[in-house]
Write a protein that binds this ligand. Structure first.
Ligand code: ATP
Length: 614
C-alpha cells in the first residue's frame, strides 16, 4: 500500500473536526487497506507502532530529526530553527523546506535538460509504501546505545529522500511522536465496526477492546474474518495483556448509595476501603509477573518490589488480579497519602533508592482470571473468595478490607473507620455484580470524605490552553484552560479557567512541563468559545477541586443540554497539587459525570429540580 494513500486520508482528517466525517474517512481507509497491513495502518494512524502496553514509544529528539531535514534539504539547522519558530510545527517546516528544495531541483533539472536534451531524468525514486515507512520508523524507535544517533539520522534522511513534501510532513510528525490527528480509540472502534461488521456490532468490538486493548490486532481479525472472528478465545483475557479497568460512579450521600443498591435488587452492599494510591493490575503467566497501570502502561520495572512480593504470594498457575498500591509508614504500619506513592511512578533511575524511601503495599480488591478461566462474569463475592484462595497475604501484599452492610448506620460507621485508617473513603460494591471491564457503572459507587463538606468531588480535567501571566506571574501562565471529556463524541469541552492552587515552584515550572504539548492552533478535538493565548494537545490531566458547579454561557461542556445557550462550569476551581499521570486524557472526568454532579448538587441545595436534565 502506498504511503501517499494514507497521507491523503490524514490530510482530509486534519481538515475536519466533525467526528462523523472523520469516521467516514477512516471507514474508506480501512476498507481499502490490504488485510496483511491493516494492523500497521491502525497503529500508524494513532501515531504509534504497537499497542501501548508493549511500551515502545516514538519520540525521536527534534534536534536529531532537524539534522536529517537539514541534510535532505540543504537548509542549515539555524535557518530551520528560525522557520520552526515562525511555523511552530516541525512537520510543517519539513514540508515547506522540501517543497522549496524540490522547486530548486526542478529548475536545475530544466536547465540541465536544456543543455542536454537527450538525457533522461535519472531520479528513479520508488514511491514510499506503508510497509517501508513502518519498518524504518520502527528501526529508529528501536535503535539505542552508542552510535545510535547517527543511525537514526541516516534512516530518517533516507526516508525523507524518497518522500514527497507532504509525506515528509507526516513522517516527521510520526517519528517525533507528534502525529495527533484527533482520532480517539472510540472513533477507530466505530470505523472498524462500520467497515467490517455492522454499526450495531460496535458493542462486541468494544468488549473485545476492553478485554484485549490492541486495536491493530482487532482490526486485522475483523478484516480477515468479520465480527465472528472476535471470539473469546482470541480476544478474551490473556495474562500478560492488560485489561481495561472497571470504574466507579459516585453519589453524594450514603442514603442515595443504599437506595441505588436497593434499586439494583441487591440484598446487601459490600463496602471496601477506598485506598489512596495507584491502581495496579498484576498478571501472572509462565514467563513471570507483569504489572500494568490503568493507562495500560507496563509498570513492572518501576515496582520490582511489588512484582517480587506478588510472585511469592500467588498460589496458582496463571491469573490477573487488581488492587491499589499505597505508600506506607513501615514503622507504624500506617497508610500515607497519594503524594508519597507518586514518587514511585515514572522513574527510570534511582529505583532501588525509591523502594527504600517510599515503601508501598498493594491492597488487592479483585480477581479477574485464574488458571485459564475468565472470572469477570462471576459475581463479586465469588471473585473475592477466589482472590483470598490464590493469594497468601504478606506485608506488601494484602487483601482489601471489606464488610457487608445493610443500613446507613453501619455504612456511616464503616466509612468513619476507613477515614480514620488513612483512606479516602469507601467503595460500595453490589455483591451480585460482574466485573465490567472498561465500564463506569452503578455496581461500584465511590464515596469520599469531600462529598460531606464540599459541593463537588474532585474532578480530573485536561489542560488544553493557557493565558499569559502578568505581574507576579510574568514569564509563566496566569491560568490554564481546562476541559472535560465527552466519550460519545470523542471531544473535549471547556469547564473552567484554572489559576489557583499552584505553589511557586509549580507555577515557574508550568511552561516547561507543558512545552512538549504546545501547538499553534486549538486542537481539533477541543470545543471552546474561549480564545487562549497558548494551545496544547490534550495530554496532561490535573486534579481540580471546585466550590460548585454553575451554568455558564462561555463554557462548552454539555452545552445546551441543561439549559439553552449554557454549558456547565466549575466555580472557584483549585488545583489540588495532584498531577494525574496515571490518566490518559480519555480517562478525564466526563461530561455525563459533571451533569450528574450538577444534578446531585441541585438536590442538595434544594433548588428546583425540574430544570435539571430538561
Ligand atoms: P476513576 O478511577 O473513577 O476514574 P479516579 O482515578 O479519580 O477516578 P477516584 O475517584 O479517587 O479515582 O476513585 C476510583 C479509584 O479508586 C479506582 O480507580 C481505584 O484506583 C481506587 N480504589 C481504591 N480502593 C479501591 C477499592 N477497594 N475498590 C475499587 N477501587 C479502589
Amino acid at each position: 500500500m502506498l504511503y501517499a494513500d494514507l497521507v491523503k486520508i490524514y490530510e482530509k482528517v486534519e481538515k475536519t473536526s466533525k467526528r462523523l466525517e472523520m469516521t467516514g474517512y477512516l471507514v474508506d481507509l480501512f476498507r481499502a487497506t490490504p488485510v496483511e497491513i491493516i494492523d500497521r495502518v491502525v497503529y500508524l494512524t494513532q501515531g504509534k507502532l504497537y499497542p501501548d502496553f508493549m511500551g515502545v514509544e516514538l519520540g525521536m529528539a527534534e534536534k536529531l530529526s532537524m539534522k536529517a531535514i537539514s541534510l535532505v534539504s540543504g537548509v542549515s539547522i539555524k535557518d530551520l530553527e528560525e522557520i520552526r519558530k515562525e511555523m511552530g510545527d516541525l512537520g510543517l517546516v519539513t514540508e515547506v523546506v522540501m517543497i522549496a528544495n524540490e522547486t530548486s531541483a526542478n529548475l536545475k533539472m530544466e536547465h540541465l535538460q536544456m543543455r542536454n536534451k537527450d538525457k533522461e531524468d535519472e531520479r528513479t525514486t520508488e514511491p514510499l509504501t506503508v510497509e517501508k515507512v513502518y519498518e524504518d520508523i520502527g528501526k529508529i524507535a528501536s535503535t539505542g546505545g552508542s552510535g545510535s544517533q547517527k543511525t537514526k539520522i541516516d534512516i530518517l534522511r533516507a526516508l525523507l529522500r524518497s518522500a514527497t513534501p507532504k509525506e515528509g510532513k507526516f513522517i516527521l510528525k510520526t517519528v517525533t511522536g507528534k502525529l495527533r490527528l484527533g482520532i480517539g480509540d472510540m472513533t477507530i472502534i466505530d470505523a472498524l465496526s462500520i467497515a467490517f461488521a455492522h454499526k450495531s456490532d460496535k458493542k462486541l468490538v468494544e468488549r473485545a477492546y476492553n478485554l484485549h486493548p490492541d486495536l491493530g490486532a482487532i482490526a486485522r481479525s475483523l478484516s480477515e474474518g468479520g465480527i465472528g472472528s472476535l471470539s473469546p478465545e482470541k480476544f478474551g483475557m490473556i495474562p500478560g495483556i492488560p485489561v481495561k479497568s472497571m470504574l466507579a460512579e459516585r453519589l453524594p450521600s450514603i442514603e442515595e448509595i443504599i437506595d441505588k443498591m436497593r434499586h439494583l435488587h441487591v440484598p446487601g452492599c459490600a463496602l471496601e476501603y477506598k485506598y489512596d494510591g495507584i491502581r495496579i493490575q498484576g498478571h501472572f503467566f509462565d514467563k513471570g509477573v507483569k504489572l500494568f497501570s490503568r493507562r495500560l502502561e507496563d509498570l513492572t520495572d518501576q515496582f520490582p518490589d511489588i512484582k517480587e512480593s506478588l510472585r511469592e504470594s500467588f498460589l496458582s498457575e496463571d491469573g490477573i488480579v487488581e488492587g491499589e498500591c499505597v505508600a506506607m509508614n513501615t514503622d507504624t504500619d500506617e497508610m500515607l497519602p497519594f503524594q508519597e506513592v507518586s514518587h514511585r511512578r515514572g522513574r527510570k533511575h534511582g529505583i532501588v533508592e525509591a523502594i527504600e524511601d517510599y515503601p508501598v503495599t498493594l491492597y488487592l480488591f479483585d480477581c479477574l482470571y485464574v488458571d485459564g478461566r475468565d472470572l469477570t462474569n462471576e459475581d463479586y463475592l465469588t471473585r473475592r473468595e477466589r482472590l483470598t484462595k490464590i493469594i497468601e497475604p504478606s506485608d506488601k501484599i494484602r487483601i482489601s478490607d471489606h464488610q457487608i452492610v445493610k443500613n446507613s448506620k453501619d455504612f456511616e460507621q464503616y466509612f468513619e473507620e476507613a477515614i480514620q485508617n488513612g483512606c479516602e473513603g469507601v467503595v460500595a460494591k453490589s455483591t451480585e455484580s460482574a466485573y465490567e471491564a472498561g465500564a463506569r457503572g452503578w455496581n461500584w459507587i465511590k464515596y469520599k470524605r469531600e462529598y460531606k463538606s464540599e459541593m463537588t468531588d474532585t474532578v480530573d480535567l485536561v489542560v488544553i490552553g493557557a493565558f499569559a501571566g502578568r505581574g507576579r506571574r510574568a514569564g509563566t501562565y496566569g491560568a490554564l484552560l481546562m476541559v472535560s471529556y465527552d466519550p460519545e463524541e470523542d471531544r473535549f469541552e471547556t469547564v473552567c479557567k484554572l489559576g489557583t492552587g499552584f505553589d511557586d515552584e509549580t507555577l515557574i515550572d508550568l511552561p516547561e512541563r507543558l512545552r512538549r504539548y504546545r501547538i499553534e492552533e486549538m486542537d481539533k478535538s477541543v470545543i471552546s468559545k474561549i480564545e487562549a493565548d497558548y494551545w496544547f494537545t490534550p495530554a496532561i490531566v490535573m486534579e481540580v477541586l471546585g466550590a460548585e458547579m454553575t451554568l455558564s454561557p462561555i463554557h462548552t461542556c454539555a452545552f445546551g443540554e441543561i439549559r439553552k445557550n449554557s454549558g456547565l462550569a466549575i466555580r472557584f476551581p483549585r488545583f489540588t497539587g495532584r498531577w494525574r499521570d496515571d490518566k490518559d486524557p480519555g480517562d478525564a472526568t466526563t461530561k455525563r459525570e459533571l451533569i450528574e454532579m450538577y444534578g446531585a448538587q441541585l438536590k442538595h441545595i434544594g433548588k428546583d429540580k425540574r430544570t435539571f436534565g430538561s
